[in-house]
Ligand binder design. Structure first.
Ligand code: AHM
Ligand code: MG
Length: 337
């Protein structure tokens, strides 16, 4: 079949045929995520219409206010993935600890765990700025047939089997990888179908956009300060353009299409930055590498970090390969790991 008008459902089936010994479990899992994406999309899109905006009054494990839609998106993802009996464990930004999923007839037979941020950038919802869902999939390391353990979730990003995001923007897109490149699908809301709109997405090797919350400038490491000044210098194709939405999925998506670097560094206020390794940085790093880009903590590859905790934070430099390498040069020259 030609790439024209291909739906996500057709793409999943075709890809499954390409994996000779595949059991179809991963395909079913991606299908379940596709369904959850549509459900959350429906909720996000009616956000301005019904009284579900504002904070729910609870705080999550990291002491942040939870927006009502965070809670809703979290519930919808958990429900959809649990009901389909397709995962053995889940971990979410909005849950203190991981969830062991079992169904009586399956007796812990599923092999995949999913880690996700149900609604990233949710502080942007009430001003109608794009938000997203991020997900990361691993094969469990504990034996099949037993309940999952923390070590099933604390795996380096290098071991991811699949990762992706859904961006609820001017149009809703699902972008994902199973380690064979990155493909983007756009939702036709009239009929609820995702179509392959961005096959084989590639990060330009160089870019002209830098994305960082410069309001924190005084608290940044010297290497980051120097790199920002480099971006602003008048030389060659510089100065670069500054673009920061404050919604990781949107900033990443734009930079992947146009070429750019996203940085959330550590600072004197936040020792490891803000973003979480397991369900924000690792999936984005996997997508970046699969699209020919790069992701690092300023010194080493994000995907090689051995995780120690479920909600661990990490400094994040991600984007066009040459831009990330340049930023690393500044970190090495002016900052200590
Ligand atoms: P969240 O998971 O609580 O929504 O926070 C993550 C978001 C990212 O989407 C974004 O890149 C970052 O926080 C923005 O943080 P800041 O407002 O400090 O620049
Ligand atoms: Mg988040």
């Amino acid at each position: 079949m030609s790439g024209k008008n291909k739906t996500l459902g057709e793409f999943i089936i075709e890809n499954q045929a390409a994996f000779k010994y595949s059991s179809g479990e991963l395909s079913k899992l991606i299908n379940a995520i596709r369904l959850a994406a549509k459900v959350v999309n429906h909720e996000v899109n009616k956000a301005g219409l019904v009284d579900i905006l504002g904070t729910s009054g609870d705080t999550n494990v990291q002491g942040e206010d939870q927006q009502k839609l965070d809670v809703l998106a979290n519930e919808k993802f958990i429900q959809t993935l649990t009901n389909r009996e397709i995962v053995c464990g889940l971990a979410s930004e909005e849950e203190d600890s991981f969830i062991s999923v079992n169904s009586l007839d399956k007796n812990h037979q599923n092999k995949y765990v999913v880690l996700f941020d149900p609604l990233d950038g949710s502080s942007n919802i009430d001003v109608n700025v794009s938000v997203g869902t991020i997900f990361s999939v691993y094969r469990r390391v504990t034996p099949i047939g037993s309940p999952v353990e923390l070590r099933d979730f604390l795996q380096p990003g290098r071991r991811q089997v699949a990762a992706g995001y859904i961006i609820y923007g001017t149009s809703t897109m699902l972008v994902y990888t199973t380690g064979h490149g990155v493909n983007g699908f756009t939702l036709n809301p009239a009929i609820g179908t995702f179509y392959l709109s961005h096959p084989n997405m590639k990060y330009p090797e160089d870019g002209r956009i830098y994305s960082i919350n410069e309001g924190n400038y005084t608290h940044f490491p010297e290497g980051v300060k120097k790199y920002i000044k480099y971006c602003q210098e008048e030389e060659g194709d510089r100065p670069y353009t500054s673009r920061y939405i404050g919604s990781l999925v949107s900033d990443f998506h734009r930079n992947m299409i146009k070429g750019g670097i996203f940085i959330y560094p550590k600072s004197s206020k936040a020792a490891n930055g803000k973003l979480r390794l397991l369900y924000e940085c690792n999936p984005m790093a996997f997508l970046a590498e699969q699209a020919g880009g790069k992701a690092s903590d300023g010194f080493n590859s994000i995907m090689d970090i051995e995780p120690e905790a479920l909600h661990q934070r990490v400094p994040f430099f991600c984007g066009s390969k040459n831009m990330v390498s340049k930023a690393e040069e500044f970190m090495q020259a002016y900052s200590k790991n």
